[in-house]
Write a protein that binds this ligand. Structure first.
Ligand code: 4AD
Ligand code: MG
Length: 443
């Protein structure tokens, strides 16, 4: 029977067989330390020169980094051992596949080199943990929505129209000279689903042809998008607040120790993510930023912080604004002119939309975008035209306003931005298995 390192504590004192790869090896002619990984964890395996046949010791000494091996031995509790508080006293090692000169050594490599070798880099301890945290976040998101009565309804990826503006559409050939676009967001289809199921969500890849080289942008990213009928902006903010607090709690429950030891994440910042999260009107947020700008002594930053009512936030605005708070905030009521066509107008103030963004602290900025949708047919049609979109492409969407239209709202959480913030990473490219950015399509 093969055991997994993640469960090794249950086998203390027993003989086990582990199938994995040599993560690292060091030692002398007296003792060899084999650091083994099997995908579920890492463990130190020890062999003294006199612990077994000479041939076994000689074979272990020859093992190179990332050679695949089956290791048998006895599990010992050892508080000083690296990784997991246990180590393995080796009784036998079988080489499965040799690894010659593994390109990623223990020395520091540049980001470009590591991304070129992403298919191998995934094996490293940090990258391994990041993707496990990503999986925990995705599970937490889905469990939360499933338990809250949202039905999973998958949105299509090929779409006939834009959702988030025509400037970031990836176009592809469809049949009979037609064009199709890769989905920027599953939202419009969730609005149809919400009218059918009351509460729905999609989770899938989304695409933006943005030529931006920032630490927050990918051209392919994964988004979870809940949508609910009869929900207004306040309900939407209640939902995203409860949802985000839950997600962070799940990650802390499962990964607190590793986040701190492997990624040096400051856990206190995550432990503060409790309700209530502040809700700040855009009008007030702009005043706060203007105030920061007027007091700012760094001339470069001061320039970047200049803002007038009506403008969208850039990342310096988000960063400095969120520094005033110790947990995520929700900024709502953005100007209609900077938001998508489907945003509902503020009653009595059409220049303001019932939109909301959740901004993460510590300089991470926007992780969620959402809001209440325009449910009035005429208003929506005029917005479609004002955004120079073709109403023909939206006929099906307009039907949702023709047949029993109701107030409704939802939001989209970018998984990669959430992973980057929760793990404390400085670039989203490490939060997705294989990043797609302006200058990267391989591996
Ligand atoms: O704010 P966005 O564009 O909102 C929407 O797409 C809505 N239709 C969602 C909805 O209401 N159902 O994107 C939502 C989130 C952002 O807050 C961000 O976390 C992420 O998606 N995101 C990106 N992540 C990585 N790279 C990009 N280029 C991203 N663009 C948006
Ligand atoms: Mg947004």
């Amino acid at each position: 029977m093969t055991h997994r390192i993640s469960q090794i504590a249950e086998y203390t004192g027993q003989e086990v067989e582990l199938k994995g790869w040599v993560f690292n090896r060091r030692g002398s002619n007296k003792v060899q330390f084999l650091h083994l990984r099997d995908g579920s964890g890492f463990i130190q395996c020890v062999l003294g020169a006199n612990d077994g046949p000479d041939e076994l010791f000689a074979n272990v000494k020859k093992l190179s980094q990332e050679s695949s091996v089956v290791v048998r031995g006895t599990v010992k509790a050892e508080a000083r051992a690296p990784y997991c508080g246990h180590e393995l006293s080796i009784t036998d090692v079988e080489l499965v596949g040799d690894a010659k000169e593994y390109p990623i050594s223990k020395k520091a490599h540049g980001d470009g080199f590591l991304m070129d070798n992403r298919h191998l880099w995934l094996r490293s301890r940090k990258q391994n943990l990041i993707l496990r945290v990503r999986a925990t976040i995705i599970k937490a998101v889905r469990d939360y929505l499933d338990d809250a009565g949202f039905l999973l309804v998958d949105s299509p990826i090929f779409t006939p129209n834009a959702c988030e503006g025509t400037s970031t559409l990836f176009e592809t050939d469809w049949f009979d000279d037609r064009k199709a676009y890769l989905s920027q967001s599953g939202q419009l289809y969730q609005e149809a689903a919400a009218m059918a199921f009351g509460k729905s969500y999609c989770f899938g890849p989304t695409f933006r042809a943005e030529k931006s080289k920032t630490r927050r942008h990918l051209n392919e990213f994964w988004m979870v998008e809940p949508e609910a009928a009869y929900m207004d902006l306040d309900g939407d903010m209640d939902l995203m607040e409860d949802f985000m607090v839950h997600v962070v709690e799940c990650v802390l429950e499962k990964h607190a120790e590793e986040l701190e030891s492997v990624l040096e994440r400051d856990l206190s910042a995550l432990k503060r993510v409790k309700k209530p999260l502040q809700r700040i009107h855009y009008d007030d947020a702009v005043k706060m930023i203007q105030d920061l700008e007027s007091k700012c002594e760094d001339p470069d930053l001061k320039e970047l912080l200049k803002i007038e009512w009506g403008a969208d936030f850039g990342s310096p605005h988000e960063t400095e604004l969120t520094k005033l708070f110790d947990r995520p905030i929700m900024v709502y009521g953005f100007p209609s002119q900077i938001k998508a066509f489907y945003m509902k107008k503020w009653p009595g103030r059409p220049e303001v939309s019932k939109s909301v963004d959740m901004l993460a602290p510590e300089g991470y900025g926007e992780i969620i975008g959402g809001g209440e949708r325009e449910e009035n047919l005429e208003m929506l049609l005029s917005e479609i035209k004002r955004h120079e979109l073709d109403p023909k492409d939206f006929e099906w969407y307009l039907d949702l306003r023709r047949y029993g239209s109701v107030p409704h709202a939802g939001f989209g959480l970018g998984i990669e931005r959430a992973v980057a913030w929760i793990c404390g990473l400085n670039h989203v490219r490490e939060t997705i298995p294989f990043a797609r950015t302006l200058d990267r399509l391989t591996p």
